[in-house]
Design a protein around this ligand. Structure first.
Ligand SMILES: NC(=O)c1ccc[n+]([C@@H]2O[C@H](COP(=O)([O-])OP(=O)(O)OC[C@H]3O[C@@H](n4cnc5c(N)ncnc54)[C@H](OP(=O)(O)O)[C@@H]3O)[C@@H](O)[C@H]2O)c1
Length: 246
């Protein structure tokens, strides 16, 4: 089996590529140059995993191009990397994924959609900085809201499972970690405290919208599908921190 990974040279794509390689699957990581001739880039693949770069201005156009190219290249299987709670009109980059999910479901291909929560790994640079300096983890949103923070490596393992085992065509899986946690919980797991700070003035407006949403609601995400897909308990925040900082 051969899987083309669009966005394969990015943070998520590299993790998925490693998980697929571990499962014995040949992978073809593709970056932006693949868009020069996408059908040719997908030629000979059995499946394509579609991951859009972060904060792409027009994700539905990116996904539509990928789906059209897959059809043209005769690639019948697609897995789309979406996000937890895609239909949130207050968060434009989530809404772009909701629109893209609709394109995937109407593509005529054999599709699966994955909806991961925020990765624990996103907070590692800030945790490292806090540990080196003030001992206070600073984030630009409330530190007491619930998130289904998930280990990127577990998300990658679930993606490999979806691509290599039967029964996932037409399925949409929300991928949260094993428990809802707050940023304060994550800081405590690292022996730190947490504090909300104002976002930097020049922050991307879509991130500002996300921080506003997180301030009010966090991003609670269910953990049952991930455990079922990977066949074991997903990593806790403490597990990820122990692996990362040891
Ligand atoms: N971080 C999270 O917690 C989280 C949670 C859920 C979902 N997600 C979603 O996961 C996705 C991937 O995130 P990531 O951080 O892994 O992405 P990333 O590192 O920003 O992805 C970069 C990849 O996209 C390609 N790329 C960049 N600009 C491009 C363009 N204009 N046209 C075509 N390809 C382009 C890059 O290719 P080159 O190497 O050629 O530059 C590279 O392969 C995002 O859509 C994000 O919303 C993230």
């Amino acid at each position: 089996m051969k899987v083309a990974i669009l966005g394969g040279s990015g943070k998520t794509g590299r993790a998925v590529g490693a998980a697929l390689a571990q499962a014995g699957v040949a992978t073809r990581p593709l970056g932006r140059a693949a868009f020069d001739d996408l059908p040719a880039a997908l030629d000979g693949a059995d499946a394509v995993h579609v991951i859009a770069p972060n904060l792409l201005p027009d994700e539905p156009a990116y996904v539509a191009d990928a789906l059209a190219a897959a059809g043209e290249a005769g690639v019948g299987r697609v897995v789309y990397h979406s996000v937890a709670s895609p239909y949130v009109p207050a968060m434009p980059h989530h809404l772009g994924k909701a629109v893209s999910e609709d394109l995937v479901r109407r593509s005529g291909l054999d599709w699966t959609i994955l909806q991961p929560c925020a990765y624990v790994q996103n907070l590692v640079p800030a945790l490292r900085a806090a540990a080196d300096a003030s001992g206070v983890l600073e984030v630009p949103y409330a530190v007491d809201r619930p998130f289904g923070m998930v280990d990127l490596l577990d998300v990658a393992a679930a993606t490999a499972a979806v691509l290599t085992t039967p029964g996932h065509v037409g399925a949409t899986y929300e991928l949260g970690g094993p428990a809802l946690v707050t940023v304060a919980d994550i800081a405590a797991a690292a022996g730190l405290t947490a504090r909300r700070v104002e976002a930097e003035a020049d922050v991307h407006p879509w991130l500002r919208a996300m921080f506003d949403y997180y301030d009010d609601h966090g991003l609670p995400t269910g953990g049952v599908p991930l455990a079922a897909l990977i066949g074991r308990a997903p990593a806790t925040v403490a597990d990820v921190l122990a692996r990362t900082f040891s």
